[in-house]
Write a protein that binds this ligand. Sequence first.
Ligand code: ZN
Ligand code: ZN
Length: 309
Amino acid sequence: MSNFITRASSINRALDQIGDKWCLLILQEVFWGINSFNEMLSATGVSKGVLSERLKWLQSIDCLHKKADGEGGKRMSYHLTRKSIDLYDCALMAVAWERRFFNTPELDSVTLLHRKCGSAFEPQMRCRSCNGGVHPAEVTYKPGPGARHDVRQKKVRRRSSLSVQDVPSSRSLYKNLVNLVGDRWTANVIALSFHGLTRFDQFHHELPVATNILADRLKFLVDEGVFRQFAYRQRPLRHEYQLTVKGEALYPWFLALLQWGDKWCGVDGSGRPMRLTHETCGRNLRGQVECSACGGALKAHEVQFSLPQ
Ligand SMILES: [Zn+2]
Ligand SMILES: [Zn+2]
């Protein structure tokens, strides 16, 4: 297994831009209609300094756009851009995963309505070619035209070590997902497991991470029920980490993020770094988020939702 997976991955490119707990939480709030600095402050529980730094960052990567409201222009509000509206598939798959595995009354009480067919729905990820479901074990990977670009993070950003669960937020609707993917190593380990990696040494070979941190993240993923741990050797004791149903169900979110990264985080028009094949139908995999009621592809403007108060 070559380590092209991590180096040339649109998941990594996307995480470089938005894969930080606070960025994910801020974007989540804007998706749910929270637009002003003060509303975000109380909704996320973030400090003023961190919020203003992340808002600047999100504007610099063209994921938020600031607008003056009303006369005098003293009140500013933050809005989605074409680029961040495209994260809609990720947001829908985050909702689906949280609803399936956690009991969050606020989120469970949200009704998603597909205006086109008039029905309440759950979002589903399907292959655009064969319309089949997408399972990580049925997807294979080859380097794509952009694979040679070794993308290094240009701006090393200060990351908060605060766990989202420590945040006194009244409305972190997909905090469980953000808590997993808002940590870079954890997100990387999950992404690698979708490529079939299961052992400590395999993860360590792919990631420039200290062994104690990797061990800590693997333990965290076992505790969170994303991995199941098996001993594959007794002396010395060695474990294998396999995705649980809950872990496999994160795949649609990662696929949506990968597709977003392909579209918005490419390097110099060099093309996508990885080609995905849906082995079930043998074609290029292009995931599409669909309405469970009518099977139609979901577009942001066709989805209506009720926000819990
Ligand atoms: Zn297919
Ligand atoms: Zn529908």
